[in-house]
Design a protein around this ligand. Sequence first.
Ligand SMILES: [Zn+2]
Length: 250
Amino acid sequence: MEMDVAATVAEWIRQSNRIVVLTGEELSSESGLPDLSGPSLNPNIRDFRENKEVRAKYWKRIKEVYPSIINAEPSPSHQALAELEMIGGLDCIFTQTTDGLHHKAGSSSVIELNSSILWVNCTSCGKDYSLNEILSMIEKGEDVPKCTECGGDQLKPPISFPGQPPPHWEAREAWIRLHKADLFIIVGASLEHEPVASYPYLARERNIKVVIISENQSPADDHVDAMIYGKPSQVLTYIVSKVKEGITIT
Ligand SMILES: [Zn+2]
């Protein structure tokens, strides 16, 4: 980590009134979660709808990862961002993660761009379930859970599987918040796919400062105001401690 760059970012945070943060998979893995964005948990939507075996395989995998999702604790990154919200200046976090850990850390303004894996919706009648309810149906021996309202077995979390458009409201809301921001910090996120891939460029066009913090390289790295390669937890903890140093309590 480049400490002087991190200290500069802390200074920018102190001067900003509307900070928007985008987070992604690197934060989930810091909390010890398996990759929830991989193909075993994201089957093609058409296969999922048409093939009961694909659904059975999906729910079997959910059953395997459920304990790690439910028992996961927020990482120092999640905690640093929750703290930043309390200090002031943070408008919202939009996240590519689906594990609910920002909420668990105490952040209140969170937009889940890919929705959440923690609840399940019947795509036939619309009834909602907690993932926990669905798991108990599976525990009772059902390979594919059935809706108690309509009897259908087309239940799934509201996350988008390949072949489905991303959740619309969330993308629109993120877009609006980003337009109003004065500092955009991207932490441990993937900038491979649209619409998120365009966010750093959109922000730069509007003279919004852009910072990327990640262990990995991205196509936008050379086009932002500051790039810090490192573990999000280490970098964010350091930055937030610097932000606090500069605040005089009156
Ligand atoms: Zn139903």
